[in-house]
Ligand binder design. Structure first.
Ligand code: A3P
Length: 319
């Protein structure tokens, strides 16, 4: 075992030293370009070890997306859909656990997830691009739920997230300014970016395997959350019965997982995900569509839109 681990460690370090790097959005950290995408060093080892070791089961559900496009929301929704029968008469675990805790993250937790399968739900979240998913995820035929979001709102959300982390890591450090982050984002140098390549990878795969990949948009979810939740439940094999629909079960789940409800729970207002760095409350900022209008100039918005149109040309996808 130890020899294997040492071997992995050694080849990982060697591999890492050959990768191109770019400035991350905070501090002196760099991002590493692995298989065409910019990965944070804290997750890179997990990506590589998951590719080598993670054995997906056909009954697994993978929640895949770029950071800041709706992970927290979808984690809480998928968890609530799957566990609804167990908590009809008792309080939902989401009142005392964060969405991050109820659905683990592949890059950090895949080994624990694999060895404790009997204890948890078969749901694992990841930000890796489609082309870097562990082979077993594709081969097992497990279900993939992908969510994307208007790049303008994702950028604004990611920018604030980084500023907040930087402030809690090091109170004195100057956070990256919006213009610099914007340039990096446009050039594709954002965490798990280029943004558009990530979205297109899953989009194309969803066209090829429609029964296997559900492709959602944050804006559509906001627009009609109940409809999306009904669709989501059906896709992951936990369809609402007619009786449940008549009893308003989908509506109850939507309410439980709403930004207003989750962001006001004590568990999400206090506590930390990563000690001294990421606080639970950082996952809840505004939860609105179009907040970019408060942060980007019309020129910046037009430029980002233009990049999006250009990158997506040739696909039928609109963001
Ligand atoms: P904003 O920064 O625009 O408010 P992720 O969960 O992928 O990290 O994404 C975080 C974004 O989703 C943040 O966007 C956050 O406010 C929003 N969000 C968190 N919980 C939500 C919920 N229950 N409903 C809608 N949006 C939510």
């Amino acid at each position: 075992e130890n020899e294997n681990e040492d071997g992995f460690e050694k080849s990982f370090k060697e591999m890492m030293s050959t990768l191109p790097t770019t400035k991350s959005w905070r501090g002196s950290e760099n991002l590493f370009q692995y298989q065409g995408f910019w990965i944070h060093p804290a997750y890179l080892k997990g990506v590589v070890s998951a590719q080598q070791q993670f054995q997906a089961q056909p009954t697994d559900i993978m929640l895949c997306n770029l950071p800041k496009t709706g992970t927290t929301w979808l984690k809480s929704l998928i968890f609530s859909i799957i566990t609804r029968a167990s908590f009809q008469d008792s309080p939902s675990p989401l009142l005392s656990k964060t969405p991050q805790e109820v659905v683990p993250f592949m890059e950090l937790d895949h080994a624990h997830f694999s060895t404790h399968r009997d204890l948890g739900l078969p749901v694992l979240a990841t930000h890796v691009p489609y082309s870097s998913l562990p082979r077993s995820v594709i081969d097992s035929g497990c279900k993939i739920v992908y969510i994307c979001r208007d790049p303008k709102d994702s950028f604004v959300s990611l920018y604030h997230f980084n500023v907040n982390i930087q402030a809690s890591q090091n109170a004195g450090a100057q956070p990256i300014d919006l213009d610099e982050a914007f340039e990096l984002f446009c050039a594709g140098a954002s965490i798990y970016g280029p943004y558009w390549d990530h979205v297109l990878g899953y989009w194309e795969a969803s066209l090829e395997h429609p029964g296997k990949i559900l492709f959602l948009k944050y804006e559509e979810m906001v627009d009609d959350t109940v409809l999306c939740v009904v669709k989501l439940a059906e896709f992951i094999g936990h369809r609402f019965s007619l009786e449940e629909q008549q009893q308003g079960v989908p509506e109850k789940i939507v309410k439980m997982c709403s930004f207003e409800n989750l962001s006001n729970l004590e568990v999400n207002k206090s506590g930390e995900v990563v000690r001294g760095e990421i606080q639970n409350r950082m996952y809840f900022r505004k939860g609105k569509v179009g907040d970019w209008k408060n942060h980007l100039t019309p020129e910046m918005a037009a430029r980002l839109d233009q990049i999006t149109v250009q990158k997506l040309s040739g696909s039928r996808l609109r963001l």
